[in-house]
Design a protein around this ligand. Structure first.
Ligand code: SAM
Length: 274
């Protein structure tokens, strides 16, 4: 059945091509998505009935990592790469509740996010949005919106949450992260959530989801191993408990539902640059 968004798409939005941000929105239960976006999740659902948990656990990790940084470090500036569409509890809302003057710069290159999300994300003087390709650290960091707003000589929190697994195979994600980290001041932290191949009995599920994602209208979604994901934090000291399934990273309380194997196929971690 068509959702309310259908039929009133603005001209600048191509509703024939899936968008990572809108696929994610659908998986989170949002309404800013089209048939072509929903198709990706519905295809993956054939091999992983609880596929939505990838998005739900990823988002919950973002919120907990943001709260952790806001309360356990003295960092007051955030560079959120791949903001996604505005949803409940965006990074700036989470951290500014704890640190009212914390500055948050969002970066995304999805036309729907740029057109529709920018105004909603930039809802106060301590929040900015920049349209850039996050696979290009030098461009992101040199962007006037970012440079004029964040002090790159001071520690900051860099988020790559649910983003790197969507990079195309032509780029080397470890090299990209090394270039970001090189530019960060000591004391900075990096939070990453990434699709995961557990290299155990759940690997088959991870491989199947990857196959469907990569051949879906969205066309991306790499499940990487622990060693590959560790390589995204070069030179950083990982905060306990290290790189673990997102729902096990400083959970708010006991697991209220039975764990699904899908939940073991997305991990998160936070690293500190000493
Ligand atoms: N970080 C948010 C979260 O975890 O809730 C959103 C995650 S969403 C799955 C991934 C976002 O990264 C999308 O909005 C997508 O447009 C953005 N993205 C992916 N590749 C990108 C690129 N090369 N440059 C800029 N943004 C990108």
């Amino acid at each position: 059945m068509a959702q309310p968004t259908e039929g009133r798409a603005p001209a600048y939005i191509d509703t024939t091509k899936a968008s990572i941000a809108r696929v994610y929105d659908y998986a989170l239960g949002g309404k800013d998505n089209y048939e072509v976006d929903r198709e990706t999740i519905e295809r993956v659902r054939q091999v992983a009935p609880e596929v939505n948990m990838l998005a739900i656990d990823n988002r919950a990790f973002l919120i907990r990592a943001a709260r952790f940084i806001a309360t356990q470090t003295s960092i007051t500036q955030y560079l959120d790469c791949g903001s996604g569409l505005p949803t409940a509890e965006n990074t700036h809302q989470v951290v500014q509740r704890l640190q009212p003057e914390a500055r948050v710069a969002y970066v995304d290159n999805d036309p729907t996010v740029i057109a529709h999300g920018q105004a909603l994300l930039e809802d106060n003087e301590f929040t900015r949005f920049s349209a850039a390709d996050i696979r290009e650290p030098e461009t992101v960091l040199a962007d006037p919106t970012v440079q004029g707003f964040l002090d790159l000589d001071q520690p900051l929190a860099l988020f790559q949450i649910g983003t790197i697994h969507h990079f195309d195979d032509a780029v080397d994600p470890q090299a990209i992260m090394a270039r970001y980290i090189e530019r960060l001041a000591p004391g900075s932290v990096v939070a990453i959530a990434h699709f995961f191949d557990p290299e155990n009995a759940d690997s088959e599920l991870a491989r199947r989801m990857e196959q469907v994602f990569v051949h879906s209208p969205m066309g991306s979604g790499r499940f990487r191993t622990h060693a590959e994901i560790s390589g995204l934090f070069p030179g950083l000291e990982l905060v306990d408990p290290g790189i673990v399934p997102c729902y096990r990273w400083w959970p708010d309380g006991p697991q209220l539902r039975t764990e699904d194997p899908v939940q073991r196929c997305i991990v998160g971690g936070v690293g500190i640059k000493r």
